[in-house]
Design a protein around this ligand. Structure first.
Ligand code: NDP
Length: 313
């Protein structure tokens, strides 16, 4: 059996929260070990251009930003590793973790920065056409839809961002929006509403998808359940989900308080959870803001709190 490794500070996840925590923790000599998780670099690696992170007046690609954060953390000695934390026991200190189902780690403190994952509508057809027209990431898969017809589901900032990205490639982009307005921020709303290639279908829901092997279209309903309900089909090659996210908190739920959507609860203004020594930073604990800059800030707070916690002994 492999010996159990002992660490002072374990960081789980490699988005802006995890990397920022690693930068601060390594500069404080806490010798942090960071596991990157299933998607190294996190969700920002699937976004196009980050235009709202302070200090990048011309914008920066998500991939480049995450590479730079990683390099910055490694410069100060953070030990960044491939691997997924597959189990944990937070009932006693040191906390116990299993990596990739085999390696054991004991940690005096842990920063959970596991982020969130895109949600799907829950239609059986989404699985049927997965990789054959259905995607939750326009930047990853948009390339395949050059000059084709696509649809994006959702009316928030993510949906507008996906639609605008696809509009740069595709012949046409529908947005399927269940309400009669876009909830996205004003700047995104205006860009989307004014784009000649984007057609917004308000008050519309998806009933199903169709196509022989690959996706060929979607069955939609407008004003579902109303007297003027109308069912119709659109021909599409790509169907992109942008309806929000689920926090990646499942393996911690037995130990930590979470809200009704699974976000880890922290003491207001801190990253402290219900267990001393266990901190949560970034999207996994943030149902409200979910920005790269707020995630980075909470990673910084978590590392400072770890340092103070360890100092108190
Ligand atoms: P949001 O929760 O803001 O929006 C989700 C959208 O999906 C809403 O329009 C919602 O409809 C719709 N939706 C949810 N469930 C369903 C369903 N089952 N069927 C159909 N439609 C559904 O999520 P986002 O991912 O867009 O954004 C999350 C956060 O991240 C926000 O705070 C946002 O501002 C931020 N963000 C910022 C960006 C930026 O600044 N550039 C880019 C991306 C995200 P309804 O309105 O009816 O609830």
């Amino acid at each position: 059996m492999m010996a159990t490794e002992k660490v002072k500070c374990l960081i789980i996840g490699s988005g802006p929260a995890g990397y920022t925590a690693a930068i601060y923790a390594s500069r404080a000599n806490l010798e942090p070990v960071l596991y990157e998780g299933m998607q190294p670099g996190g969700q920002l690696t699937t976004t196009s251009e980050i235009e709202n992170f302070p200090g990048y007046p011309s914008g920066i690609s998500g991939l480049d930003m995450m590479d730079e954060l990683k390099t910055q953390a490694e410069r100060f000695g953070a030990d960044i590793r491939h691997g997924v934390v597959t189990a944990c026991n937070l009932s006693e200190s040191p906390f116990q973790f299993t990596i990739d189902g085999e390696k054991s780690i004991d940690a005096k403190t842990v920063i959970i920065s596991t982020g969130a994952t895109a949600k799907y509508l829950g239609l059986p057809d989404e699985a049927k056409y997965s990789g054959k027209g259905v995607s939750a990431c326009a930047v990853c898969d948009g390339f395949f839809y050059r000059k084709k017809i696509t649809a994006v589901v959702g009316g928030g900032d993510s949906a507008c961002e996906e639609a605008l990205y696809l509009a740069g490639l595709a012949a046409k982009v529908y947005m399927i929006v269940r309400k009669n307005y876009l909830r996205a921020s004003q700047v995104m709303r205006e860009r989307t509403l004014n784009h000649p290639k984007i057609e917004i279908l308000f008050n519309t829901n998806t009933l199903g998808l169709f196509g022989d092997t690959f996706l060929e279209g979607a069955h939609l309903v407008r004003y579902a359940g109303e007297p003027n309900e109308e069912r119709f089909d659109i021909a599409i090659d790509g169907f992109f989900l942008a309806i929000g996210h689920k926090p990646n908190s499942d393996i911690f739920k037995n130990y930590l308080d979470t809200d009704e959507n699974g976000y880890i609860k922290t003491v207001w203004g801190t990253t402290r959870t219900t267990i001393p020594g266990v901190f949560a930073a970034g999207d996994v604990a943030d149902p409200n803001y979910r920005q790269a800059v707020t995630a980075a800030a909470s990673g910084c707070i978590a590392a400072i709190e770890v340092e103070r916690f360890l100092m108190r002994g």
